[in-house]
Design a protein around this ligand. Structure first.
Ligand SMILES: NC(=O)c1ccc[n+]([C@@H]2O[C@H](COP(=O)([O-])OP(=O)(O)OC[C@H]3O[C@@H](n4cnc5c(N)ncnc54)[C@H](OP(=O)(O)O)[C@@H]3O)[C@@H](O)[C@H]2O)c1
Length: 260
């Protein structure tokens, strides 16, 4: 079974690093220096020609930027067959648009990943076109599962997924920045403040995932009456904060819809 990539950028590398047998991978990348880097690092086969991948791989990840999709499709659509699966990670490209671009034969799966793929802690939502088989979806779940968590969802949820987990890394990093700046304002060195903020964010997520504890009792548990966290929460726990977060996600979801 050969796994192919159209485009070998940041996200493709995140997926590649989770694939155990890298001898089964072929990647098309037009930036030569980037291809050389990946060959050195992972010993994968690269080519500058997307057609070579279309002619060799059974499961192919479409990992170019949205504006490059049509150019790739123009080259490979006539070559793709019903025995192949095209797995698009391109933000905003719907299954209908992918079908129009890549032809009627190829099996289609759409994935919304996030940047945390690169740390093997990604979040990928997966949806499949009617012609994709259960086994195709299972294979994609297995590959992406090596790079984090996966969830299979109806495509109608993809704008929400894009807003929450797709764009989410930037929002959490922004919160980290705010926590770091708050620490610096209290006299901490910026490097120390960043470590404190980041490890706290990471550790909290890890504990919540491992314990599966409900959020409200967790929050209440940290906020002991008369304590420091409770004093801090008097500033944060306002309806305006949750409204702002909801509006942030709504704006991102609206933009995702517009781009589709
Ligand atoms: N980054 C994220 O957080 C994120 C999250 C969710 C989804 N995505 C999606 O993931 C996709 C990839 O994003 P990325 O951040 O990995 O992009 P990227 O780092 O720019 O990687 C894309 C690579 O594909 C190459 N390429 C473009 N056209 C090609 C062609 N015809 N043949 C061979 N190689 C070609 C590009 O070369 P050039 O630079 O020369 O064009 C570039 O090296 C995007 O569609 C994006 O919407 C990204």
């Amino acid at each position: 079974m050969k796994i192919g990539f159209f485009g070998a950028g940041k996200m493709a590398e995140g997926i590649l690093s989770a694939i155990e047998d890298k001898t089964s991978v072929i990647m098309a990348e037009k930036v030569e220096a980037r291809a050389v880097e990946l060959v050195k690092k992972y010993k994968v086969v690269t080519t500058e020609d997307v057609k070579t991948v279309a002619l060799t791989a059974k499961t192919i990840f479409l990992a170019v930027r949205p504006q490059d999709v049509d150019a790739v499709a123009a080259e490979v659509a006539p070559l793709l067959t019903s025995a192949q699966t095209l797995v698009s990670i391109v933000a905003g490209k719907t299954l209908a648009k992918l079908r129009a671009a890549f032809g009627e034969k190829v099996k289609l799966i759409r994935v919304m990943p996030n940047l945390a793929l690169r740390a093997n802690a990604g979040m990928c939502a997966i949806c499949a076109a009617p012609n994709a088989k259960k086994a195709d979806v299972k294979l994609v779940e297995k590959i992406l599962g090596g790079a984090g968590e996966t969830v299979v969802l109806d495509e109608k949820h993809f704008d929400a997924v894009t807003a929450l987990s797709g764009s989410g890394p930037a929002y959490f990093a922004y919160m980290e920045e705010a926590m770091m700046e708050g620490g610096v304002a209290l006299g901490l060195d910026p490097k120390v403040a960043r470590l404190l903020a980041e490890q706290t964010m990471y550790g909290t997520a890890k504990f919540l995932r491992e314990s599966q504890m409900a959020l409200r009792p967790f929050i209440d548990g940290v906020c002991t009456k008369g304590g420091t966290t409770a004093a801090g929460m008097t500033k944060l726990d306002k309806p305006a904060f949750k409204k702002m977060v909801a509006a942030t996600l709504a704006a991102a979801a609206k933009r995702s819809k517009e781009l589709a």
